[in-house]
Design a protein around this ligand. Structure first.
Ligand code: UD1
Ligand code: CA
Length: 474
């Protein structure tokens, strides 16, 4: 199976990768209330294209080779720790007293770093190449603070970047503290910074509260320039990457931008999508070359789809592995594996750890749960296999099902290779059907069926084949 590695960014010669970990460390601020989200989930743990916004930010930082990352979290850090685990360091901001106060909380965990990259947990669209340029500019100019700015036609809600006559940044002013002239400025603070340490820690301690009582990180810029220290900047041409998500309308916008990036990435890597407007692919998904994704299709979670597959229309695939040359039409596949050349649907459901081997055909309105179907097995038309293990080249007739649940417990069904399960057979588990055995239409099988034999009826018994002579006598 040929799969493309998911890469937003190809490291360039200028990359800061390779610097010692002490040289750069990163802090992501995520302890704010996120009140505008109106949610019981912390803002930066809301998802964009399948993963938490905070993880998109951390991923971008790791992409440029910075491994030491501290996340500033609120007192109740449990949801953050369960999303991020041990991959980051944690600093706690007991009360949300502003972004400046939040950054100061990370001092104790990153005290030895010489430069601190700072990002917010609500900017999932940040591109690693921009962070790389930011850190390089910071290193090459020797500035005490370096910021990323962008020009926005809709600067509302963002901090405005104030420059002097010589074009040097003198301050960043928050919208609520800005006068009319400042509000007219369209150059905004993207919220990605590099600061020199220990200067940054010392000056965070000296910040005075803004009119709303918060200690603002952005006030560090004026602190630097008023002491005659250099503030450097780069400008991002992609204003979308600076989008901070403060409410659910912005969350939907960020999701749309990320979705477009993901679809374009896969189209450039050989995947056909005739209608991108109705295709949803999570960032954690990998797709193979010459695969076609048809409309109304959702490919989610930890999913890989192989080469030359046709997925959709109307398919949902989640946390599954699909091999090459598979076809999935109007069906749902969750937590399962399909080997190569499997076709599923329309209107079927494969779920809960099922493994479908190569060449299997699963037709209309079939359900497979926690089962293994051997190579070349055919299962169409309104059938259900639950907790079953099927050998190769089994035929499952229309309407045949496993009765795997007795009301209390689940039981297993085993079907040997080349078995033929007649239409409307009920396989009352636990039960085993031997290799090459057959069941008649409508059989209710309550006992194991030996290899090569045929059972019929209710309850199913060995079929007695009358001789032609006996037939004539009767
Ligand atoms: C911030 C910037 C603004 C910039 C914009 C870019 C400040 C003062 N303003 O505004 O200049 O244009 O981002 O998106 O920095 N946080 C904490 N603790 C706090 C407060 C906030 O950890 O006490 C975290 C939040 O969880 C969030 C981030 O800091 O992830 C930014 O806070 P937010 O309130 O969203 O700032 P903005 O008003 O968007
Ligand atoms: Ca924000």
């Amino acid at each position: 199976m040929t799969l493309f590695k998911f890469l937003w960014y190809t490291p360039c010669e200028l990359s800061i990768k390779g610097k010692s970990p002490q040289d750069y460390a990163a802090v992501v601020l995520a302890a704010g209330m996120g009140a505008r989200m109106n949610s019981s989930t912390p803002k930066s743990l809301h998802r964009v294209c399948g993963i938490e916004m905070l993880l998109h930010v951390i991923d971008a930082i790791q992409d440029i080779g910075i491994g030491r990352i501290a996340v500033v979290v609120p007192q109740d850090s449990h949801p953050f720790r369960s999303a991020l685990g041990d991959s980051v360091l944690y600093a706690t901001q007991a009360e949300p007293l502003g972004t400046g106060h939040a950054l100061l909380q990370a001092r104790s965990v990153l005290d030895d770093a010489r430069n601190i990259l700072v990002l917010y947990g609500d900017t999932p669209l940040i591109l690693p190449a921009t962070l790389d340029r930011l850190a390089l500019r910071h290193s090459s100019t020797g500035a005490h603070a370096t910021v990323v700015t962008s020009h926005s036609a809709e600067p509302q809600g963002m901090g405005r970047v104030v420059r002097d006559g010589g074009g040097e940044i003198t301050a960043i002013i928050e919208e609520r503290d800005a006068d009319a002239d400042t509000l007219a400025i369209c150059e905004v603070n993207s919220g990605f910074y590099c600061f020199r340490a220990p200067w940054v820690w010392q000056n965070l301690e000296r910040l005075t509260p803004a009119p709303n009582g918060e200690l603002l990180l952005t006030d560090l810029i004026r602190a630097a320039t008023s002491s005659g220290l250099k503030v450097s900047s780069i400008t991002s041409d992609d204003h979308e990457e600076s989008m901070g998500v403060n409410n659910r309308i912005q969350l939907a916008k960020a999701d749309a931008v990320m979705r477009r990036r993901i679809l374009e990435h896969w189209m450039l890597n050989g995947v056909t999508m005739p209608d991108t407007s109705s295709v949803y692919i999570d960032r954690t998904v990998a797709l193979g070359k010459d695969t076609t994704i048809l409309p109304n299709t959702h490919i989610l979670g930890q999913t890989t789809v192989g080469a030359a597959c046709t997925i959709g229309p109307n398919a949902i695939i989640e946390n599954s592995t699909i091999g090459d040359e598979c076809e999935v039409i109007s069906s749902v596949i969750r937590d399962s594996t399909l080997d190569s050349s499997v076709d599923v649907g329309p209107f079927s459901h494969i779920r809960d750890g099922s493994h479908i081997e190569s060449g299997v055909h699963i037709g209309t309105s079939a359900e497979v749960k926690n089962s293994r179907l051997g190579r070349g097995t055919k299962m169409g038309h309104f059938s259900y296999m639950g907790d079953a293990t099927l050998g190769s080249d089994v035929n499952i007739g229309a309407g045949a099902i496993t009765c795997n649940f007795d009301g209390v417990s689940k039981h297993e069904t085993v079907i040997g290779k080349d078995a033929f399960i007649g239409s409307d057979t009920m396989l009352v588990a636990p039960v085993a059907i031997g290799e090459g055995a057959a069941t008649g239409a409508g059989a209710v099988v309550t006992k194991d069926v030996p290899a090569g034999s045929t059972v019929v009826g209710v309850p199913a018994r060995n079929r007695v084949v009358q001789s032609e002579e006996e037939d004539r006598d009767t």
